[in-house]
Design a protein around this ligand. Structure first.
Ligand code: GTP
Length: 365
């Protein structure tokens, strides 16, 4: 009988600190050492987070599911991608969902027979943005589906990271914890900045499973009481981190192009329950570099309709940089990745595409 591989699911709203946590977990697995594989799910057409992983940890196997969510529009592709990762015989698979995925539906998919025979869930982690938790909850009250998703992210967790506590007052953090406990009063909860949590306990079961698999006399994998059995279907469209420098096969006759992903619909059975969140990618088709200040001005000028932005930009002064924007905070990081064409993926609500297109054009030197 084949050993089952442990899975750790990481969910949480946009920009809460999921990838930051994943990078910490990957660094820890490398030290132990354990072979880790990652399934990264992105709403945009590029896999920024997979590119970050491939730069920091090129030895980690990463598969990406793009332009949709593994809890709904990409759900049928989940099993195929997981089987691709399984073929690489990792000790553990990390799944990072999009910020608008409901992990409850992902867990349901993982329980299907084909996957349940090959995988088992050791932890479902939810990362919460302490600064914006209440703001998002009140802002999206009218969007029933999104509220369900936000609550689902809390309900499905056995470990909750209340992150970004540096950006929230102690009083606010206490209020956030109180609100979280209304949805989940059993999960272990830790407050953190930059997702710095105790990693050892999260990987205990993975370690036990890897040790058991290393002993040929033990035919079954770790049967810890806490490990939750889970379950599959087919086909993947993968876009690995290596594609960061890919040539985009759409017309380059214009200096820029806006591509909008369909609005995020979580439950196709209920026509009235959908989220108005959308993503669009701005391409750096122009041979001219971008001007950093103009770009920052443009993004902050989008106001509250912009929730998240990330991408790789070729800048006039600084060269190619990784851009992260969340919670009104910019982070720029130099990159050594061979980016052949810059881009920025925006995620937001009621984004005015024609105005955004005009403004993007003004960001070039
Ligand atoms: N101030 C502050 N920033 C943080 C903290 N943790 C993460 N960040 C930053 O917040 C931004 C988003 O972090 P990510 O880890 O990419 O968040 P994510 O949940 O993966 O975001 P999505 O890709 O939107 O799903 C990055 O610029 C991080 O460096 C924190 O505790 N405090």
């Amino acid at each position: 009988m084949m050993n089952k591989i442990p899975v750790i699911l990481i969910s949480g709203f946009l920009g809460s600190g999921k990838t930051t946590l994943l990078l910490r977990l990957l660094a820890h697995t490398r030290q132990i050492p354990l072979r880790a594989a990652v399934l990264m799910n992105e709403m945009g057409e590029y896999d920024v987070d997979a590119a970050i992983i491939s730069e920091e940890m090129p030895d980690v196997a990463v598969e990406g599911l793009l332009e949709g969510c593994i809890c709904c529009s990409k759900r049928s592709e989940l099993a195929g991608v997981l089987h691709t990762l399984l073929s690489q015989e990792p000790d553990v698979i990390f799944i990072e969902t999009t910020g608008v995925a409901n992990p409850e539906q992902v867990l349901e998919e993982l329980r299907s027979p084909l996957l349940a025979n090959r995988l088992y869930l050791v932890h479902s982690i939810s990362v919460v943005d302490a600064e914006l938790f209440h703001e998002y909850n009140s802002r999206f009250t009218a969007d029933k589906q999104l509220v369900r998703t936000l609550h689902g992210q809390l309900r499905a967790a056995d470990f909750i990271v209340v992150n970004k506590t540096d950006a929230a007052s102690r009083r606010e953090v206490a209020k956030v914890i109180k609100s979280i406990r209304k949805h989940n009063d059993t999960a272990k909860l830790q407050t953190a900045t930059y997702s710095q949590v105790d990693l050892g306990p999260l990987l205990e079961l993975v370690l036990a499973s890897a040790s058991a698999a290393a002993k040929p006399v033990q035919a079954t994998q770790s049967s810890s009481a806490q490990a939750q059995p889970i379950g599959a279907t087919a086909m993947s469209s993968t876009a690995t981190a290596k594609e960061i420098g890919r040539t985009v096969s759409i017309s380059t006759s214009t200096a820029f192009k806006v591509i909008s992903a369909p609005s995020h619909t979580h439950d196709s059975h209920q026509s009235d329950s959908f989220s108005r969140l959308e993503s669009l990618t701005l391409h750096q088709y122009s041979p001219q570099p971008l001007e950093k200040q103009r770009l920052e001005h443009f993004l902050t000028g989008l106001g509250s309709s912009l929730l998240r932005a990330k991408g790789y930009c070729m800048l006039s002064q600084e060269g190619t940089m990784l851009l992260q924007f969340s919670g009104n905070q910019f982070e720029w990081q130099p990159t050594a990745l061979p980016v052949s064409q810059g881009y920025v993926t925006l995620i937001g609500e009621q984004l005015d595409k024609s105005s955004i297109t005009d403004q993007w054009e003004q960001c070039f030197v």
